[in-house]
Design a protein. Sequence first.
Length: 731
Amino acid sequence: MKLSNVSGLLMVVLSIVTGGVTGGVAGGVAGGVAGAQQKPWQNKSLTAEKRAELVLGQMTLDEKITFVHGEGMAHRGNLPPEMQAAQLLGNGGVGLAVGPVRLGIPVIDMSDAAYGIRSSAENGRYSTALPSNVGSAASWDPAAACAYGALIGKELRAQGFGMTLAGGTNLTREPRNGRTFEYMGEDPLLAGTLVGNRIKCEGEQHLISDIKHYAMNDQESGRTSVDAHIGERALRESDLLAFQIGVKVGDPKAVMCSYNGLNGDYACENKYLLTDVLEKEWGFKGFVVSDWGGTHSTEKASAAGLDMEQPGDGFYGKKLKDAVQAGRVPMAELDEHVRRILRSEFASGLVDDPPHKSLVDPQTGFDVARRIEEQSIVLLKNRKELLPLEAAKLKSVAVIGGRADYGTISGGGSAQVDAPGDPSPGKWGHKVWFPNSPLEAMKAKAPEATFTFSAGDDIAAAVAAAKSAEVAVVFAWQWESEGMDLPNLSLPEGQDKLIAAVVAANPRTVVVLETGTAVTMPWLEQTGALVEAWYAGSKGGDAIANVLFGDVNPSGKLPMTFPRSETDLPRTTVAQPPKGVPPGKLSFVVDYTEGAKVGYKWYEAEKKAVLFPFGYGLSYTQFQYSGLKVSADGTEVRFTLTNSGQRKGAEVAEVYAMLPDAAGEPWKRLVGWQKVSLAAGESREVRVATEGLAMSVWDEAAKKFVKPAGVYKVMVGGSSAESPLEGTFQR
Ligand code: BGC
């Protein structure tokens, strides 16, 4: 912000304050008949485009420039003094964009909110931690994704924020990526559909929704200097397809471009990504914001379609103003950036209904977090029906490891939600447990049973406890964070050794994993039962106990393959940046030669056996599939699903297709699914509408998706590796 604007701004703010208007700057100036007459853009019956155009026509060059860049990290102390004087204090988020406040346009106050709101402790506030994004993807449930987004949207607004930085959609191309827990797994249809539903319902709370990190930010190592290389067809059918579906379903009002390069150009100055694909082809009407510090130029970025630099003004402050005045950046181009940001403010509802600070009800957050976690836990193994534990008959349980006496672990980085009781909240790089103890929750289920707890650091003590108990339950974790990749997929800190010793001591051992990605399991063979609980959120302990004791029948399915070993991945190690090269330049290439063969497609095409396939997950009941009918054009698949077991349960019924030979793809693709809840013995006809994009190939010459001619094979079942029903259709 330039000082020349500030006096006007101060006057507006002062007049609002002296006028006794409550509800914030924008709330004060927005609305009212008189206001609407003076400010025609306040007329709610006009389209967002028209209202944006009317405001744009009133803005000065300085106001436009101010609007397209950040103001520092927006913590109170960092804000320029003139803004503090004008009481435009950030809410303690990570970004701020100051629009023309004198015209009644609210500032855009941004917070990270991947699985809850970041930095709440620093601001003396509270936020629910939902299960990690990848965990929620294991629910395969668009309604759960919607509940997830709606809760975060409400809590953001209660803290005064008008924009969320969330919606992680990068595919799990590299399971060692330290942000895998922030994303939605390895399949573009699953990830795109779920993130889209999350975004849609978050945006419905009247804030600017966001999808990130666009695109191919698939590893953290050297994330600001890596140039991702991939062919166009492969890109369009994998990572970009996830974003395409996410944008279509969720209608985000902002897209965050990523740190890395793509095929030679940084993502935030990549015309192909930002203009050709996002804006022209997908018709995206919102604005593009750079990842924090991800802007690398003025003219090139502006021409490519970057609308806003965050968090500072290194390229979109004075440099942009000079470039506009010198004609190197046309005024029309700057106007287009501003128009897009304004349109998002109107279209999201931020102008008409700006956020008001209030207190959230933590209990509501607990309930939503627990229910989503209950739907996201995946039962991976259940030998001789060891689970569910029968509370009435249970005599003794040895609970071991994972700080299960305290709570469940969470993912770090800018996604980190502060946990109650954490002595150093907000500290980058430290592991945070949420205080909802699985041990205590289990004890409450079986008050007659004897429980012992061993921390797990003394293997001999853990083995002795496991031997003398009827059942052992071992909790194991693997921690991830932004800014790092995992060295491998092994559980850290000797946990494999601990589990191996415990399962050898007691065959009735249940292993509960709290991880943000796949792990390898050298002890699997001997383990009685295995549960993947992901990062389980604010009420993870209760949700885990509900599943272990059968109050909840597990229904989650893996959103990513669990490989046998890192040697089965497309790359045996994660490429590292060259030493001594300063950041800010693309200094190394990762060539994604596996192309669109991400996850299960890779293992299938390469004929590699896996530990657990994509889409896999057990239940305490059984489901039978019968009576497949595929419509002549393949757009609808019908079949009968029967719960043939003794308990009520929900099944994710998955539909895959193998494209005709002409596609040249010897692997299947997920093309649709439905999560169906059935009472014991109940049968239902299930109809799945298949996704056309997931059954198309990108024609590089024609620059569009086409449906190859020939015979399509359709496979229906409970995972990517089982298809009890098979049929075909022809195009
Ligand atoms: C992350 C983004 C985040 C931003 C603001 C960046 O380091 O990559 O996901 O939204 O910081 O905190």
